[in-house]
Design a protein around this ligand. Structure first.
Ligand code: NAD
Length: 495
């Protein structure tokens, strides 16, 4: 059986004998084993990063940009293979996997502009014959710890920018679908990246803790569940690291009575059930405002029944399985809790069987109506194909609902009223907001990040926030005096 090693110093290698099964979620079969790195593996990665750090940070931004441009071409050339690797281990449809690589590729494209992005500010004559300017310098060894749901895109939110800024980067991908990171690292080497600038370290909590406790690592970028995000944030901060930790979500899509109903339903179906609901920007709550509710629920139900749930090898599939047996059971348990707490189960995706794939982790599209804000299925992140409809009387109640929720990743409104839409974009207590779009994910040249329990730390990922996160600001004040001696000054200079 294939063993997935680490990628350190340009080679696949590992020392630890501990390993974990990697499964195909469509069949439930073990398809490979991934190494769970030990202290020796960790030290190997750190030594490799240290060896090249100074040389890489002194490489000109233009040279770094040229390597990134080569990398972009190689990702484009290998996009089908990358998508296959993702679908096989994650289970999402091939088209969706390909789309997610493209979203990651856009960050590489953004990072190719690094000579421009690192330009600082300059002021001539801040005092008499004194100039001042600011520069952004790399942090050193940066790290990323990433979730299972986007094995290419989420790591690519991080390492292309960190590396473009002159840092080295150690990635700890999810142990559930680790192969894609190794392929991405190999392609970077092929693009001309010196060995050691990008290392991939596979493993679980043990190696995460080594990262968080290491004095050699300057920053931690984390994406995953909120409980782990909090832990990462607190431990990293305590150890003096720069940290950004993105957590879970419960994204609301508000449908106003004046919305284009068909557009809203299309948006809800794609964003609610796409990737089996395993997206941090998935819509998990549809808020029906006023008298639109019955029509909305009926139409969602009709469309949900048409969805094709199938393994990724079936290219007509709309959604695949969820990631694991445990996760399937967890989601099915939430459905039972919803029923017990009094929500109306309109579509029940439990016990979903596909011929020939009886051991796969499939759940059908599930729809709850009459969900209220005190119910567990409303309060907690389910991370599966389970959509809750909450009925409210007016816009103010819909806004309060989204604003009062513990999570603040994304939210959208469907309406034809510009004033309401402007009020929503201004007053929502949410990091990423959409108007008549279901998944308001910012492009690579903007920044991605939620509020409240969805992000701990100051900076979002990619865009200019990414450049700020992966660099230290230095401000220089400089004068080249003539030979006349000034003598010491004891008062604060005023010009
Ligand atoms: P997870 O928190 O279980 O794992 C994320 C990473 O942390 C993995 O690399 C894992 O190995 C590591 N990890 C897990 N438990 C740990 C522990 N106790 N100590 C240290 N490290 C640990 O998340 P997941 O199940 O892989 O991903 C799903 C979650 O990620 C969902 O909550 C989803 O909302 C969230 N997510 C958020 C965003 C965002 O942008 N906010 C994006 C994608 C996913």
């Amino acid at each position: 059986m294939e063993k997935i090693h680490n990628y350190i110093d340009g080679v696949k290698t590992s020392i630890s004998k501990k390993e974990l099964d990697v499964e195909d979620p469509s069949t439930g079969e073990v398809i490979s084993k991934v190494v769970l790195s030990s202290l020796d593996d960790f030290n190997n990665a750190i030594n490799s990063s240290k060896k090249i750090q100074e040389e890489w940070s002194n490489t000109t931004p233009l040279k770094r940009s040229r390597i990134l441009s080569n990398y972009k071409v190689l990702i484009e050339k290998n996009i089908e293979e990358l998508a296959k690797i993702i679908s096989k281990e994650h289970g999402k449809t091939f088209a969706d996997a390909k789309g997610s690589v493209t979203r990651g590729l856009e960050v590489v494209e953004f990072a190719c502009g690094i000579p421009h992005l690192l330009k600082g500010e300059f002021s001539q004559n801040v005092g008499t014959n004194i100039d001042s300017w600011s520069i952004r310098q790399p942090l050193g060894i940066c790290s990323g710890i990433t979730p299972f749901n986007f094995p290419a895109m989420v790591p690519m939110w991080m390492y292309p920018i960190a590396i473009a800024c002159g840092n080295t980067f150690i990635l700890k991908p999810s142990e559930k679908d680790p192969s894609c990171s190794i392929k991405l690292a190999e392609l970077f080497t092929e693009a001309g990246l010196p060995n050691g600038v990008f290392n991939v370290l596979n493993g679980d909590k043990e190696v995460v803790d080594l990262i968080l406790d290491s004095n050699d690592i300057s920053s931690v970028s984390f994406v995953g569940s909120t409980s782990v995000a909090k832990y990462i944030y607190e431990k990293s901060a305590k150890n003096g690291k720069r940290v950004q930790a993105l957590g879970g979500a419960k994204n609301h899509l508000i449908v106003m009575p004046d919305a284009n109903l068909n557009q809203a339903v299309d948006g809800i179906i794609g964003a609610g059930y796409g990737s089996a609901g395993e997206r941090c920007m998935a819509v998990s709550v549809a808020v029906a405002v006023g008298n639109i509710a019955d029509d909305l629920v009926n139409k969602i139900q009709l469309e949900a029944q048409k969805l094709k749930v199938a393994p990724w090898r079936d290219f007509d599939s709309d959604m695949g399985p969820v990631i694991s047996k445990d996760h399937k059971e967890r989601i099915e348990n939430y459905i039972s809790i919803g029923l017990n707490e009094g929500a109306k189960l309109v579509e029940d995706g439990r016990n979903y069987k596909i011929q020939g794939y009886e051991n796969g982790y499939f759940i059908g599209p599930t729809l709850f109506d009459h969900v209220t804000k005190d119910m567990t299925i409303y309060k907690e992140e389910i991370f599966g194909p389970v959509l809750s409809v909450v009925r409210v009387d007016n816009y103010d109640q819909a806004l309060s609902l989204a604003n009062d929720h513990q999570y603040g990743n994304g939210a959208s409104i469907y309406t034809s009223d510009g004033e309401v839409s402007r009020h929503f974009t201004t007053n929502s207590n949410i990091g990423m907001v959409g108007v008549n779009v279901p998944i308001p994910v910012p492009m690579a040249f903007h920044s991605f990040g939620g509020w409240k329990q969805s992000l701990f730390g100051d900076c979002s990922v990619h865009g200019m926030e990414g450049i700020r996160f992966y660099t230290k600001l230095k401000t220089v004040t400089s004068r080249w005096p003539k030979s006349i001696k000034d003598g010491p000054e004891f008062k604060m200079p005023t010009n």
